[in-house]
Design a protein around this ligand. Structure first.
Ligand code: FA5
Length: 340
């Protein structure tokens, strides 16, 4: 084999073994670069006899072209392989579900509060929000609970001074509304209330919604019809109500309202402590003393009032057995109430 053939075969063999564009480029420099082995042949032309120089030069150029073509072909193959590898690495499975941004949702207490408000707004109630820090007069005295009355013990209370306290119920809203409005009155007063309570069904801070209707001839019958309809809207048509005689100084007569347990439907279970019933609110016909103290003529007007605990309704509706779960803000718990 002459030098040309030897170089051609050597280059071909080496090109075959190359597996990346970088290696191929290095090899190209080695053969056809400025100081490459084939280019070196041209520099040696001065030693070739003059009559052979032109055919030698042609052979070198032919070899250079041939080897360059092999490099180009190999380069195309390598580029295509590298591109295919890149496509494989970056492949996207478009059938996979997309990543949704996390969206928050309403706290279960707000969900239930809104449902309760919607139910009563549909029956013509308006909203009045009273202050969370209130006076002894509005929290107790104007509600027919004088100083040292034993009924104050039912609501063990947080005081700032002898006269200023965190309201223990939303009933002061009744008084403020009656003082500032003429009958007919139909209001709901939602808000936070505070008591020195703390167990699985009693929280030191909880939420109530007060309802008050003042008009001519308002009776216990109206109260029963109103609350029956509310229970049917909030729970389901199968849920029954039970009115138990009770005592509140600001209503006469007074009742407590129970609903059939949502878990056992009245059979008796751990949630309803075996009774089949769960208490949701206190209510009654507004005491004449309260009407008079607030400037309403009790010979012309009568009224009904009720106060319900939002946590209690949420617990019944969603089968929550410990009230504290509602305030721990465990995200796994809260996500269950996402209504999307
Ligand atoms: C009252 O607070 C009366 N003001 C309700 C009322 C209004 C009666 C108008 C008559 C007329 P009671 O203390 O029972 O009543 O509380 C009402 C509701 O609040 C209860 O049925 C219960 O659902 C809820 N509740 C009471 N204490 C707590 C507590 N510590 N934690 C969570 N919910 C409570």
């Amino acid at each position: 084999m002459d030098i040309f053939e030897q170089l051609r075969e050597k280059a071909k063999e080496e090109i075959k073994t190359v597996s990346s564009s970088k290696e191929l480029n290095d090899l190209k420099v080695k053969y056809v670069g400025k100081s490459g082995e084939i280019t070196a042949l041209l520099r040696g032309m001065k030693d070739i006899p003059a009559e052979e120089r032109s055919s030698f030069g042609k052979k070198v150029n032919d070899l250079k072209d041939e080897v360059s073509t092999i490099f180009d072909e190999k380069e195309n193959v390598l580029k295509e392989n590298e591109l295919n590898e890149k496509y494989k690495r970056e492949a996207i499975d478009i059938t996979l579900p997309g990543k949704c941004p996390e969206v928050g949702n309403l706290h279960p207490l707000n969900l239930v509060k809104n449902q309760i408000i919607d139910a009563f707004m549909g029956m013509g109630f308006n909203i009045f929000e009273g202050p969370e820090i209130d006076t002894d007069y509005y929290c107790f005295q104007a509600l027919n609970i004088p100083k040292d009355h034993p009924a104050r013990d039912m609501q063990d209370t947080f005081y700032f001074t002898d006269n200023i306290l965190l309201r223990p119920h939303t009933s002061p809203g009744q008084v403020r509304t009656m003082e500032n409005n003429k009958p007919p009155i139909k209001i709901l007063s939602p808000g936070r209330v505070y008591r020195a309570d703390d167990d699985a069904s009693h929280s030191p801070m909880f939420h109530q919604i007060e309802g008050l209707v003042i008009d001519k001839n308002v009776s216990l019958c109206d109260l029963k019809g109103l609350l029956d309809e509310f229970v049917r809207i909030m729970f389901d048509r199968e849920t029954k109500t039970r009115f138990r005689p009770s005592y509140f100084p600001f209503t006469e007569p007074s009742v407590e309202v129970d609903v059939t347990c949502c878990k056992c439907h009245g059979k008796g279970c751990n949630l309803c402590k075996g009774t089949g019933w769960i208490e949701i609110l206190g209510a009654g016909i507004v005491n004449k003393n309260v009407l008079e103290m607030s400037g309403i003529d009790s010979n012309v007007y009568s009224g009904l009032a009720f106060g319900l605990g939002i946590e209690r309704i949420a617990m019944i509706k969603y089968g929550i057995s410990d009230i504290r779960t509602l305030f721990e803000n465990n995200v796994k718990f809260l996500k269950q109430f996402n209504r999307r």
